[in-house]
Design a protein around this ligand. Sequence first.
Ligand code: F6P
Length: 353
Amino acid sequence: MKIGICTGGGDCPGLNAVIRGVVRFASQHPGMEIIGIRDGMNGLMQRPMRAHPLTLDGVQDILHRGGTILGTCNQGGNPYESDQREVSIRNTLEGVKNLGLDALLVVGGEGTQGMAKTLVDHGVPVIGIPKTIDNDLPGTDQTIGFSSCVDIVADAVFRLRSTAESHDRIMVLEVMGRDSGYIALHGGIAGGAHVILIPEIPFAYEPVCATIQRRKQQGRNFSLVVVSEGAHEDAASPYYGGNTTGVKNLGGIGSIVASTLFEKTKMDTRYTVLGHLQRGGMPSSWDRILANRFAVHAMDLVMRKQFGCIVALQGATLTQVPYDQIESFQRKKVDLASDIVHTAEATGICLGR
Ligand code: F6P
């Protein structure tokens, strides 16, 4: 069997661990060959095609390595839904045929999996593997990269604490996550934040300031505020001031929250934008394990020729979800009735409401 693998969308820690897991699985099965496709689907779609066999030697020492040895692309649009739709799909199908692929593993988030669904609809034997630091892919409780990102955010909050405490300051930390607040919520809880603002709960300044003032009255002259890049005030829109070239990206709300908190509390306030530090570097142990579990489950499905689905973690169980059951790849949001939201508020964290 010849199996292609590509990694698409924004990179995240754990992608190399998946690639390695797949190659190691194949090495146990004589006659099974893994083909690495470069730069997401582009390696199949563009000409000349970019793909090469992956060997055990080629995946040595990559378990811990961030990024992806296959490269990726985050073009900010689905070429299968653009005016180049016909030619993009035709080229990709030709690419699959020319390489003689019996299966295609697509490691990606919501954008890439939306493209994979188009390939499934055209008869390509696809298995999806969910990744994104944002954890916003429906169908799975967790995506590869999320746990590593939460560790980085928690560490940042923890580091801000000592400097906030020394200077009697409010420290605002802006984190990624697009329109979902998983990174802020989990990273904020793990790091000991006092206020966490997420897109799912449009916030008001009044409860935030009340929390900060209450802490002052208790002799705690500093506060740690984690703001998701997609968070916004009640009746306001998300802020697109992202620090990127040529793309409309979320970002900038951290600075707005910091200056407003300064005006309202008169406390010395600083803000930090964690940015792409959240996507780089070594995957957490959990992500390395999840990557290996997803890789093996995907390959088990390939062996059973059970295509057209995305591997998933539901509770403690590995499973798979058919592409047509993933509601047109709407991004998953934090469930306000979930225990994690209750946990935050029940331990005194202000969510801005
Ligand atoms: O989807 C992952 C993510 O890191 C988001 O959290 C963030 O908004 C976006 O990608 C940044 O994209 P780029 O790397 O293209 O700037």
